[in-house]
Write a protein that binds this ligand. Sequence first.
Ligand code: AMP
Length: 287
Amino acid sequence: MNTYKNMLIAETIADVRAQVREWKAAGLTVGLVPTMGYLHEGHTSLVDAAAAQCDKVVASVFVNPTQFGPGEDLEAYPRDFDRDCGLLEEHGCSLVFHPSVEEMYAPDAATYVEILDDMPKQLCGKTRPIHFRGVCTVVSKLFNIVTPDKAFFGQKDAQQLVVIRRMVRDMSYGIEIVGCPIIREEDGLAKSSRNTYLNAEERQAALVLSRSIALAKKLIADGNRNAEVVLTAMRALIEEEPLAKIDYVSAVDGYNLQPVEGLEPGTLVAMAVYIGKTRLIDNFIVE
Ligand code: AMP
């Protein structure tokens, strides 16, 4: 296995298994942070949480082809593994798993993990029909490879977090799923590897997502609990931005992702908005 300072770099499933076996034999707990790399403070906040709660942290850096649909940005997705290693090591990661596509998927791999109710078809699933099947499949494989005690996911990808919790329950994974808060730029934009696609003008226009959340929170604080009223105000604000095109702005039950009429504590208000060609997501949970 290669190393980067104090951190191990594993490219094979066998190397990860051997190392984790050693740690477990020594009675140590293991936290997993799955990522697609090109790391920012959103990712490192998950590593920090994992390092605080577990003896050893394993992060995966893998741009998973099975969660990208035709015409999506699989090839263009930004990558900088050396920089990722620096950040992971600094934040206390013990091992980074950086497999090739061939290591993860046999050429004739045909087994998927898929939630068959309509939860994965809501929100992002409407325009990304195979996305959550790919996410569940790769996360399930990572769980089988790493066998962590806990796994850490960001609230930034709210639907993903709900889907993973459901998969863990349905498939009886004995793994605790820890959801971590959204990390934002100073001006409010949720951090994302895809923000790198934005030019200066688009970067400014992208603030409309977090501004629409601030508006919604204010309307709710003022006593508006009707979802359609609040969503209509959010959509109107976003539509004022010429570079923005709404994919969806929705209020759904925080557990089954079904649309709701009233904004109750626990309701998930989520959106996907194109800024130019870049699709950005953001959300908040009603308090
Ligand atoms: P990704 O590399 O985009 O697949 O993200 C890997 C993990 O980092 C997922 O659990 C994301 O939800 C989480 N993540 C990405 N951006 C943020 C952010 N701004 N704040 C918190 N978590 C994030």
